[in-house]
Structures are given as structure tokens and as C-alpha cells.
Design a protein. Sequence first.
Length: 247
Amino acid sequence: MKAARIGRLRWFAIAVLTTASPAYAQSIDRAEVEKIVREYIMQNPEIIEEALTELEKRNQADQAEARSQAIVAETDALLRASDDVILGNPDGDATLVEFFDFNCGYCKRAAPDVKALVAEDPKLRIVLKDFPILGPGSVEAAKVALSVKRVAGDAVARDFHVRLMEMQGQINASRALDLTEEMGLDRKKLSEEMATPAVEAIIAANLALAQRLGLTGTPSFVVGDQIIEGAVGKEPLADAIEAVRQK
């Protein structure tokens, strides 16, 4: 790994020398350049760390810019998908999108923060996107949740989401459907809805959207043109929401 990094620096130095001074490039061969570069690196080894640090900064900046552009391109899919559950004010002046998995411990840890944001910010709109990446049980739970919204409507879907997210242990179709029965919903009808191509298509669309945004874990939050990954706590989310309002 270290040799590869030094090699990249060497070729970079050669490119700089030959580009900046064509006349000099004609009078010096590659072996001489490599010798000069090697001697300089040996005398100044800290330059490797400095160069790699700068490279990492640039890579992070490039990644952030690419994500920002992807978010803008996916505005409709992020904010206006009709099958998403909406918490808070449907007509709010700022929107926080959460990609979540019902079996994600970090999502469960973040759930009270999301709930507090809704309680404290009457102008906040939160879009919940099922992103079932933690196994078959997660896919089953997502299908139940999506079916609840399609069969029973928004208000029931919001209540179901909160209650299922509070449930401890691994969640699958059986446990999720048990909860629907406790809520007085028609288990048979929901089971039939779960098997429809429409529900499959929603999950596939969410997974594809997450891939285009470069999301790899849950929870992942999108606010404005920024992606915040992990259960970071309420304050960082609130700060990001406020920053969107200030723009």
C-alpha cells in the first residue's frame, strides 16, 4: 500500500515536471526524475502524509458535491413519492427524509430524536422511506408497513410505524401482522396486499434511489442537499434543518 502511494506521488511529480517545463523534460530522462523525487521524499517523508491528507480532503469534497447533485436530481423521488409515510406537518417549510430499516438498532435509537423534532418543530415535514437492507425479515416488515398505508391510510400508517419501530427484537411479517391485528386491521387483506407487484415496486424503487444517492446504511437522513448518516442525535439534525431554512 505504501509503495503504491509513493508510486502515485512519483508519477505525479513526473507529470508536473514535464508539463511545467517542456524544455527541461527533453534534457532529463525518467530515471533522473525518479531519483530526484526519491531523494526529496527520503529527505522530506512528511510530504507523503501531507499529500495523502490533501487527496482525502479532495475526495471527500468531490463525494459531497456528487451527492449534492444527486439529491437535486432526485428531488421528486425524495420528497413527493405518494407511498411514503409523512410525520409532522405535511405542508412544512423544511423536509427531513429518513431511510430506515425496522430491524436497525440505530434507527430505533434515532426514533426518539425524530419524534422530538416533530414535537418541537411545528413546521417540519418528515418523509419516511423504507430501506430494508438487514435481511428477509426487514423486507417483510417493510411490505407490511407499506400495505398498511395502502389499505388503511396515512393516519393509521403513521401510528403503525411508530409502534413497530418501538418494538424490541427481530421483526418479520408475522410480528408486524400481529401488531396490525392489535390495531384492529384486517390481517388477511394486508397479507394479500403485501404480495402485490405494487408493494414490491415501491421497495425496489427505494433501494435504487438509495444506491443512486450512495447510501449504504441506516438510518440515513437527507435534508436540503446534505446527507447525514447514522444516529447522530437530535441537535445535528435540528441544525441541518435550520440551515436549510436560512438559505
